[in-house]
Ligand binder design. Structure first.
Ligand SMILES: NC(=O)C1=CN([C@@H]2O[C@H](COP(=O)(O)OP(=O)(O)OC[C@H]3O[C@@H](n4cnc5c(N)ncnc54)[C@H](OP(=O)(O)O)[C@@H]3O)[C@@H](O)[C@H]2O)[C@@H](O)CC1
Ligand SMILES: Nc1ncnc2c1ncn2[C@@H]1O[C@H](COP(=O)(O)OP(=O)(O)O)[C@@H](O)[C@H]1O
Ligand SMILES: [K+]
Length: 500
């Protein structure tokens, strides 16, 4: 699913009105009906305080007020008048005024702000995708007031004060428990810096015309099950283990053999034909016991990885980094690997930390190599960014100029590809914020790369499958108790992709 900018969303509304066709006022009614339906299904309270300005987001608020009243809810509407009002706002204000039992209060100064009962639900219809600057004056005061006073806030389309497709750092923004957003994710609803504002996001289908999506080009896409289903290649009945590649995982050091075990076991479950693991000699027994299906490349050093004394080019894909440390001998090893291996590599954890200390090595990275940094590793590799929008822009620019795939890990992992497109993942949960989850991801992506997926495909598919398995693990164990190994044990979720 494409992720649209504020301007493209406006075009989509216009396209729907022209091609369905539907009038603006009826489209607003449909959007507000979808919100009201959600509210009636999910919210048990009976008192609603609805805050509007005079744009179309405020118009939505007025329609929601009318519809909630028709379901016998207690409704009070507060209007902050910033302009003459859009046509749809004005028409809906007249319609609402016909209902004598709905109080409509105009907010002219802070002294007009109401006292809000504890059990009232606030509907935030101040600003939507039309916000184009920092709220100031009474609008800013109202946002602060709602944040300090109200307990239950539902934002319509986007929390007021949040820009759709740019950073809103230092803006006053409504803190919502739920955001009911129309038709599609807005970029701002996918970034961690805004998580405190948007709460749980629910995308409501307001039936915008789907043909529009074929006409529009976007920088970002959302990765969901349908998207992944298109990427996944079913196994041919006549295939043999040679058909699915031979992956090499280079991982572990004394005291960190768990990282090697996790990435090797995850790689084995990715569907790859064969897996070998290069580990220091202290780790051989551990690895062969924990992952007997894998073969071992035993380093001559007891504690760390030091020597590339075999033909590494025979492996279909190589993943390097989990738990290897940053010893000088390991650093020299990584340099040797970059020179010797011509195909895309998967670099994670300490391999990235070493790389960040050796910027002169960037030209050695095989084209389309996959880097999997978490935000701290990303900052070490590239630069500190002023906000999350700047960070994904940096990822896209680095991926394009260095011809790499960059997997910026987090709740909505962002995958920047050399083509200039960025992909937001939608699977996964906070239970995966546990030691070793990243090692599991490295194993999965390396295994997919070995099976012949392109680097971008392996990264997108790997991140999604990793999150799916994490979601399944959370169902079994709960997010708190689950551990990284449970993600591997739940990779059986891949079978959902195998069905026709
Ligand atoms: N038919 C449709 O298109 C549908 C639209 N729908 C709904 O419409 C919403 C978009 O509505 P919208 O474009 O009217 O803008 P909205 O978000 O209400 O803002 C109001 C106005 O405020 C102004 N403004 C901006 N920043 C400001 C600031 N910091 N401080 C003060 N003022 C500021 C700015 O006007 P300006 O001052 O720039 O002229 C802006 O126009 C969308 O999110 C969805 O809820 C749905 O009903 C589905 C059908
Ligand atoms: N809140 C979350 N929601 C979804 N995925 C998460 C969340 N927290 C962490 N993850 C995933 O778990 C993995 C953690 O990787 P990383 O930080 O490298 O951990 P480690 O170094 O312990 O292996 C990443 O793939 C990340 O996307
Ligand atoms: K809003």
């Amino acid at each position: 699913m494409k992720i649209l900018s504020a301007a493209q969303i406006r075009e989509w509304d216009q396209y729907t009105m022209q091609h369905e066709p539907i009038s603006p006022i009826d489209l607003m009614e449909r959007a507000a009906e979808a919100c009201t339906h959600w509210i009636l299904e999910h919210i048990s309270q009976d008192i609603f305080y609805i805050f509007c300005t005079t744009g179309n987001n405020g118009g939505d608020g007025l329609v929601i007020a009318r519809l909630l009243k028709s379901h016998n809810k207690q409704v009070k509407v507060f209007v902050l008048s910033l302009s003459a009002g859009t046509d749809c706002f004005n028409i809906n204000l007249e319609r609402l005024k016909q209902i004598s039992t709905v109080e409509i209060i105009t907010l002219k100064s802070t002294s007009d702000f109401p006292s809000i009962p504890n059990d009232a639900v606030i509907i935030d219809a101040l600003f939507g995708t039309g916000l184009n600057r920092k709220p100031e004056g009474l609008a800013a005061e109202l946002i602060h007031f709602i944040n300090h006073t109200a307990k239950h806030v539902i934002a319509i389309d986007i929390p007021s004060g949040l820009l759709c497709d740019r950073s809103s750092k230092d803006f006053p923004v409504i803190k919502a428990a739920h955001t009911l957003s129309f038709q599609c994710y807005k970029p701002a609803l996918l970034l961690p810096e805004n998580a405190v504002y948007f709460g749980n996001v629910h995308i409501l289908d307001i039936k915008l015309h789907t043909d529009f999506l074929h006409t529009v080009d976007t920088n970002y896409e959302l990765v969901d099950f349908n998207f992944i289903k298109q990427l996944y290649k079913p196994r041919n009945a006549f295939s043999h283990k040679g058909s699915f590649g031979h992956a090499l995982i280079i991982a572990g050091s004394y005291g960190k053999m768990g990282a090697a075990v996790l990435s090797t076991r995850a790689c084995l479950r990715s569907g790859v034909g064969l897996v070998s693991a290069h580990v220091p000699s202290c780790g051989v027994t551990i690895l062969q016991t924990a992952a007997p299906e894998a073969m071992c490349r035993v380093d001559r050093n007891e504690k760390v990885i030091t020597k590339l004394d075999y033909d590494v080019t025979s492996y279909s894909a190589v993943g390097v980094g989990p738990g290897i440390g940053t010893d000088s001998a390991t650093t020299a090893f990584l340099h040797h690997l970059l020179v010797a291996y011509p195909k895309p590599l998967v670099l994670d954890a300490d391999a990235l930390n070493i790389l960040s200390e050796h910027s002169e090595w960037w030209p050695l990275l095989p084209p389309h190599s996959i880097l999997t940094p978490h935000p701290k590793e990303f900052a070490r590799l590239f630069e500190e960014n002023k906000d999350d929008f700047a960070r994904i822009e940096t990822a896209l620019q680095q991926a394009r100029t260095k011809n790499l795939v960059i997997v910026l890990k987090g709740h909505r992992t962002f995958i920047a590809t050399p083509s200039g497109k960025g992909y937001f993942n939608t699977s996964g949960n906070a239970g995966m914020a546990t030691g070793g989850s990243g090692d599991v991801l490295t194993g999965i992506i390396t295994g997919l790369l070995a099976q012949g997926y392109s680097s971008s495909e392996a990264a997108i598919l790997g991140v999604y499958i990793h999150g799916m398995a994490g979601d399944q693990a959370a169902l079994h164990y709960g997010m708190g108790p689950m551990i990284a190994g449970d993600i591997i044990d739940n990779l059986s979720v891949i079978k959902q992709l195998e069905t026709v």
